[in-house]
Design a protein around this ligand. Structure first.
Ligand code: ZN
Length: 236
């Protein structure tokens, strides 16, 4: 089992850790700051630094078979560290921070557009959500204006934990049909943007929506009868 430091504090960039397994799939550590691909957010990239000064480039991070299992995927051809090796794990913070800003912005988008979310993807510098809304009712400029107004309000973003039973009793909290909330451990983490959005989410978020910065709605695509894809990008 790996201690997931990003879960309690998404701003931690590096940690001291130890190798607990290394095989053809990748390297597992006893604690990590690397977020694994999931919930529409890409896995982190970064480096593992050995005491010798040697570094191992990590080109992707994915989930393993267990609930809190994280596999750090090294660049091809590198020698794997031995079990027990102590090292420093450090993410590419600039990239992760852009992903956190975009991910949190998709929560705001979710609160603006009516209709269930049927899919979504956070990428470096851009993001999108698919909504089940009929007709051509979504206005690109109106969504962008509302989004930037919410960002300018500067509301705080934070976790709130509830039990699986409390979530089961409040199914309206689950906005995203394509992403199952992280559950099964007895409690579920909700992400709350005060007065704007509250939903289960296992991703990484910024602390205040003002950190997102100005956004543009690049395009709204028609992806089927009741499926509208809203694409976002940083305005600067
Ligand atoms: Zn989230």
């Amino acid at each position: 089992m790996t201690e997931l430091l990003f879960r309690d504090d998404a701003y931690v960039r590096s940690c001291e850790t130890r190798v607990i397994a290394a095989d053809t799939r990748g390297i597992r550590l006893d604690r990590t700051v690397f977020y694994p691909l999931g919930g529409g957010q890409p896995g982190d990239i970064g480096v593992l630094g050995l005491a010798s000064g040697q570094t191992i480039a990590i080109v992707d991070t994915v989930k393993g078979d267990g609930p809190d299992e994280v596999i750090h995927v090294p660049a091809p051809g590198l020698e794997l560290p031995a079990i027990g090796t102590e090292l420093t794990a450090e993410i590419d913070w600039e990239r992760r921070y852009r992903l956190m800003r975009m991910h949190t912005c998709l929560h705001l988008l979710c609160s603006i557009v009516p209709g269930a979310v049927t899919g979504g993807q956070v990428s470096d510098g851009k993001g999108r959500l698919d909504f089940d809304v009929p007709g051509a009712s979504l206005d690109k400029e109106a969504i962008a204006a509302r989004l930037n107004a919410l960002i300018a309000e500067g509301d705080s973003v934070g976790p709130r934990w509830i039990t699986d039973q409390e979530l089961a009793a409040a199914p309206e909290l689950v906005r995203t049909m394509s992403v199952k909330p992280p559950s099964g451990t007895g409690r579920v983490r909700l992400i709350e943007i005060a007065g704007i959005d509250l939903q289960p989410c296992g991703g990484t978020h910024i602390r205040n929506v003002a950190e997102i910065g100005p956004m543009t709605v690049t395009k709204i695509e028609n992806k089927g009868k009741q499926n509208r894809r809203v694409n976002l990008a940083f305005a600067e």
